[in-house]
Ligand binder design. Structure first.
Ligand code: SF4
Length: 302
């Protein structure tokens, strides 16, 4: 059974925002069509329609956080894609966070590439100047074939454009990559094109996640029918290794495997400096018989 919840309740946030003050800004996702995503479609027992909350309601939540002395923390503006909201509205919220909460260490939100492309450079700068520090965006893959099949609603070039504009405006950018998203058929394209997009953008951070197929998503049916195959743990690690190995020399991003779905936990504060170590460590995993024989689990609760 699923329950429809209002936009002032939060369905997900990035793991790195686990100890942040969470302020709901939008509910649901304005796109809500990605074949692998069930976030707002009932997989966590809830559905949520896309909505932009009333400004006064968001401000009231910020006031409540101030009254409860939530000073000195990061603040996450929650919802699938708050950047779909008008810029003036977002600027006012970010400014209000900075006024009402003292010593905020970071203000962040999710972002969708197509929303960013709807905004002018000036608008992005206004957000940066108001105090929006970082946005988390799903690249998922640099392969246009995979993005199309997965109904991401965007392509590599638009993500590159959006990513560069975010960085140029002075906002940090964290991109997500889903290992195994192209199954075996598109694995090579996934590696090559993801490395290409990362090289073009040189994001502040990129983070790996491993594909797990969730009930209720279109991909679930394809997996159950045998049409779509999951990569083994070893193949997922191999993809990550090859993406890192294919990065251009200019890439200085931080890299994280900070998700329960991942088969390795190595991180880097600068992949340009750590690339050799990163690849060596992943090769160590790849040659480890324990990893080679590790059964593939499909996590449906994360
Ligand atoms: S844009 Fe993000 S939240 Fe929306 S359906 Fe795709 S993956 Fe899910």
């Amino acid at each position: 059974m699923t329950v429809k919840i209002p936009p002032d309740q939060i369905v997900i946030r990035p793991p790195v925002e686990a100890y942040s003050v969470l302020i709901p800004v939008t509910g649901g996702c304005s796109w809500n069509k990605c074949a692998f995503c069930g976030t707002y479609k009932g997989i966590y027992g809830v559905t949520q329609d896309y909505a932009i909350r009333a400004l006064e309601d968001v401000k009231n939540d910020i006031d409540k956080a101030a009254e409860n002395n939530y000073h000195g923390f990061p603040v996450f503006l929650a919802g699938g894609n708050p950047t779909s909201a008008p810029t003036d509205y977002l600027v006012e919220i970010v400014k209000y966070v900075r006024i009402r909460l003292k010593n905020v260490t970071r203000v962040s939100s999710y972002a969708k590439a197509l929303d960013i492309l709807q905004k002018t450079d000036e608008e992005l700068k206004m957000l940066a100047e108001a105090g929006l520090d970082i946005v988390y965006m799903g690249l998922e893959s640099g392969s246009n074939a995979i993005l199309r099949i997965m109904k991401k609603g965007t392509n590599a070039e638009s993500i590159i454009k959006a990513g560069k504009r975010i960085l140029n405006a002075g906002i940090q950018l964290s991109l997500y990559i889903i290992l195994g998203l192209g199954s075996h058929k598109y694995s090579e394209d996934h590696v090559k094109e993801t490395a290409r997009v990362l090289t073009e953008i040189n994001p502040t951070i990129f983070r790996f996640r491993t594909l797990n197929i969730l009930p209720g998503t279109p991909l679930w049916d394809e997996w159950k029918s045998g049409e779509f195959k999951l990569l083994t743990p070893l193949e997922n690690i191999q993809e990550e290794r090859d993406i890192i190995a294919n990065l251009g020399e200019n890439v200085t991003s931080q890299v994280f495997n900070d998700h329960v779905s991942n088969y390795c936990t190595i991180d880097s504060s600068n992949i340009k400096e750590d690339r050799e170590m990163f690849i060596k460590t992943l090769d160590y995993y790849i040659n480890d018989p324990k990893i080679q024989n590790l059964p593939r689990k499909n996590l449906i609760r994360m």
